[in-house]
Design a protein around this ligand. Structure first.
Ligand code: HEC
Length: 147
């Protein structure tokens, strides 16, 4: 019984760390034609990004709910280089090339001091990291001119 619980926790942790694993290189560009923000990209960002980059308050002042918001970029500047996904900040972030800047950020491993009780409660599922196919689709969107 106890062993079963321990095993399922270990399996869950392994799955979670695999999802947040750092990639060595960018996943390939999707071959899908006619990729648009509203049709293809918005649903991905809704699932994984809008919790922190929504229409109102947005981390880094980066709003990812509209095409205009994405193209406007963050307080640091543009995150999309139209036609050049390999050199777009947002692609490097979602591809998780650099563990320090990967998006969505991995959930904290340990609760903040004083927040242990809060952390012990059931938490909403953390935003889902993007799969290779999803990163490839964002790349295709940018390479096709971010329409
Ligand atoms: C849990 C909250 C959270 C989620 C979810 C999240 N982000 Fe972020 N994001 C942040 C924070 C915080 C920053 C600002 C980091 C800083 O200023 O150092 C940031 C910054 C960024 C930046 C960098 C802006 C710059 O110019 O340096 C990009 C790009 C970005 N996020 C994209 C995304 C994308 C795309 C997703 C979804 C796949 C996402 N984020 C999901 C919290 C989040």
């Amino acid at each position: 019984m106890m062993a079963g619980i321990a095993l399922s926790i270990a399996t869950h942790a392994a799955e979670e760390s695999a999802a947040y694993a750092v990639r060595k290189e960018l996943p390939p560009v999707s071959t899908k034609k006619g990729v648009t923000f509203d049709k293809d990209i918005k649903p991905l960002f809704e699932a994984s990004c809008l919790k922190c980059h929504g229409p109102e308050k947005a981390k880094g002042d980066l709003h990812l709910d509209t095409r205009e918001g994405v193209l406007k970029g963050s307080e640091e500047g543009p995150v999309v280089k139209e036609g050049d996904s390999a050199n777009s900040v947002i692609v490097k972030a979602i591809a998780r090339i650099n563990p320090k800047t990967m998006m969505p950020p991995p959930p904290p491993r340990k609760p903040r001091p004083g927040a242990e009780a809060e952390a012990a409660k059931p938490q909403p599922a953390p935003p889902k990291p993007l799969t290779d196919e999803e990163v490839g689709l964002v790349r295709a969107w940018i390479d096709q001119g971010a329409k």
